[in-house]
Write a protein that binds this ligand. Sequence first.
Ligand SMILES: Cc1cc2nc3c(=O)[nH]c(=O)nc-3n(C[C@H](O)[C@H](O)[C@H](O)COP(=O)(O)OP(=O)(O)OC[C@H]3O[C@@H](n4cnc5c(N)ncnc54)[C@H](O)[C@@H]3O)c2cc1C
Length: 434
Amino acid sequence: MQERINYSKQLEVRASYDVIVAGSGPAGICAAVAAAREGAKVALVERYGVVGGNLTAGYVGPILGMVGRGTMRDELVELLGVPENDMIGETGRAHDFEMAKIRLAQFVSHPNIDVYLQTTVTDVVKEGSAVRGLVVTSGEGAFALLGGVTVDATGDGLVSYLAGAQTEKGRDDGLMQPVTLEFTIAGVDENRGVICIGDVDDVKLGDERFLDYCKRLSLAGELPERLAAVRLHPTTHSGERQVNTTQVNGVDMTRVDHIFRADLELREQICTLMDFFHKHLPGYENCRLISSGTTTGVRETRRVIGDYVITAEEMAAGCRFDDVIVHRAEFIVDIHNPAGSGQAEDHIQYCDPYDLPYRCFTPKGVENLYTAGRCISGTHRAHASYRVMSICMAMGEAVGTAAAMCAECGCTPRELDVKKLQNRLTNKGIELYG
Ligand SMILES: Cc1cc2nc3c(=O)[nH]c(=O)nc-3n(C[C@H](O)[C@H](O)[C@H](O)COP(=O)(O)OP(=O)(O)OC[C@H]3O[C@@H](n4cnc5c(N)ncnc54)[C@H](O)[C@@H]3O)c2cc1C
């Protein structure tokens, strides 16, 4: 078989924008709306038929982590209808994914935003080291969108990778955090059905710690070992649980030959877990599967190396930066074991509320491009903290505001006066200092 072919094609330029946002996850929707509210003309490009990324298609909840006051994160938490105390307190309540699909579509429905759903970014338009737009493919075929500044909010850092930016994956041996398919069950007896919000949860089943009970049953062969961390989040509906437990290791979700194998295995694990619930979990005897993510949940792929690479050690110490654009980000270093079950580290690393600097969002060696969300510039351990959705939302808002300001003053992200950006953010009521 011939190994390579030459391929060239003239493409229609469909439209030009001040800002193009690739990917509509927590980071992308906030970037697009923030830029639009600043008056920029924005394209938001999403490969799925729904906006929200992991917030909707990925069935991921609750919205974890914290950031300083006044960001779009607060607006979205309210929009999705989860009481603030339930999000981060003892209960870790997941939002309603079906309502989120509607609410987030309304959120991005702004006169300055053209939303391209079911449209996949396939390449970048480049001029020297500068990104000038994207090549996208939809049901109409391929066309180009040109833009002043592009925001890579694809989670996978795909735009940056296509633009030739330096990227890294996983830890030193290349292994990444496992993939998971979350699902929702109904019919749980609330008087007896346990809630377990994570590996740090000491909830008891009778006299025994629930997670120890799961481990014991896994040793007895009733539950595969790697499924023994059974996380059962309540949702906004009584009798429901959001189950974050399936996992497949050794998968690289940027590789097309890994995707179906992982998806099949994860869906089969749902059946194993349902059997476990019915046979071994008090209050869960009559529960039923009602829905699952339309796409596999991907915790980790590419990290785009930027002008600064933040580390978990800095974050743990509550780092501050002169060019802060996300303030008081807070979450543990949560590394789901890339090589097995449970956590990768034997102790939980807590972080003092930390800052993210502007330089983590500008990919080294590439102009006119920002990253936002889980693909920003940090180490494997750092990523394990800032990847949660509250922090990704605040990143998106800061970068979307910056991108609009670049359009306003006709400058590139590297030329933008960060002080002016900080003033713009604080004028909106966003806490950046202190
Ligand atoms: C199983 C699992 C459980 C998690 N649990 C929690 C939790 O409980 N709480 C929490 O806060 N966080 C949790 N996280 C982390 C969090 O969900 C993600 O890190 C976060 O959603 C990242 O946001 P993002 O906007 O960067 O990317 P994503 O949410 O992944 O969104 C990226 C978007 O870009 C789109 N896209 C990608 N490529 C293209 C392309 N070529 N063209 C067009 N569009 C494209 C995708 O379709 C997607 O909509 C979990 C993650 C996983 C996988």
